[in-house]
Ligand binder design. Structure first.
Ligand SMILES: Nc1ncnc2c1ncn2[C@@H]1O[C@H](COP(=O)(O)OP(=O)(O)OP(=O)(O)O)[C@@H](O)[C@H]1O
Ligand SMILES: [Mg+2]
Length: 280
């Protein structure tokens, strides 16, 4: 697989004459996690839907392994097997009576036999620690549980690329940890992940790089670089991750700091353990 299996160039997408993406280009590094950040209404969901083949751009291209996406029936069917979009709202995605049937729907459609489908469903539910929900009716589940079931449905397809629209919204802290563990194991398995999120701390700690949507265009780079650019942070209506703010406050070099452990290590290296205690 190429280093950028899925990419898009110069996307232009508008609704009712109102442009949302004006010249958006992005390449998803294969096997890595890319966080997509931007204000409400900046076009994150629109970009994910375009990459997934659910929206056709007015101009520009979605490229799969360097080849323009075929928007014909067969082309889109093949694309949706390899590129799974998990919607912001799980209720846009879940429709079967119970969890097992919902998660097995995609694999059954691939024509797999019953044993293979069962194995995929079991693995997807285990990846999200929701095996105990298998027999439960969907309508009885909480919002956070439904979000995890929707993600399990996508995992069961074993896609090359998974596009997640605000997967942490509505999850409790344990749910977020379980999601992070599931995403980490996907990354280890060379699955490419793109996550639209408002959580800059999560993006810095977890993503390999970030894409920031501002005025219909994408800036792609390292989280530490882009999220410590005050102009970009303001234009995208974001805030700096708190560990970068703390690093600046402590006079530390922010590069390489992604989380509390990194902040503590930088502080110890920079000013000595005794002084850190004094600062804190
Ligand atoms: N189907 C649609 N019809 C008309 N306008 C739409 C449609 N989908 C999106 N839009 C408009 O496109 C713009 C971008 O919407 P989008 O949902 O992509 O933003 P977002 O960055 O995902 O926002 P949020 O952070 O709130 O999820 C908004 O102005 C929205 O009203
Ligand atoms: Mg959105």
């Amino acid at each position: 697989m190429s280093p950028h299996f899925l990419s898009a160039t110069a996307l232009h997408v508008a609704f009712g004459g109102h442009p949302v993406l004006t010249d958006a280009s992005v390449s998803l590094p294969t096997g890595q996690c890319l966080a997509l950040l931007g204000a409400n209404g900046s076009g994150k969901t629109t970009l994910l839907r375009t990459l997934a083949g659910s929206l056709r751009p007015l101009s520009g291209q979605v490229l799969v392994d360097g080849v323009p996406l075929d928007f014909g029936r067969a082309g889109l069917r093949a694309h949706r097997q390899r590129v799974q979009l998990v919607a912001q709202n799980p209720d846009d995605q879940l429709f079967a009576a119970d969890v097992f049937r919902d998660v097995s729907f995609g694999p059954l459609n691939l024509g797999l036999d019953e044993a293979a489908v069962r194995e995929r469903v079991a693995q997807a539910l285990a990846a999200l620690a929701i095996e105990d929900l298998a027999e439960r009716p969907i309508h009885e589940l909480s919002f956070g549980q439904r979000k995890r079931v929707a993600l399990a449905g996508a995992l069961a397809m074993r896609p090359s690329v998974i596009l997640l629209d605000e997967p942490t919204a509505g999850l409790d802290p344990h749910g977020v940890q379980e999601l992070v563990a599931a995403l980490d194991s996907l990354r280890r398995g060379n699955t490419t992940v793109m996550i639209a999120t408002h959580d800059v701390d999560f993006a810095l700690a977890f993503a390999d790089s970030v894409a920031v949507l501002v005025q219909g265009q994408v800036r792609h780079g390292s989280a530490a670089e882009l999220l410590s650019d005050p102009g970009l942070v303001e234009a995208a209506r974001l805030r700096q991750p708190w560990v970068l703010e703390a690093a600046a406050g402590l006079g530390l070099d922010p590069s390489g700091i992604r989380d509390v452990a990194g902040l503590v290590a930088a502080a110890q290296a920079g000013v000595g353990v005794g002084s850190v205690g004094g600062v804190a």
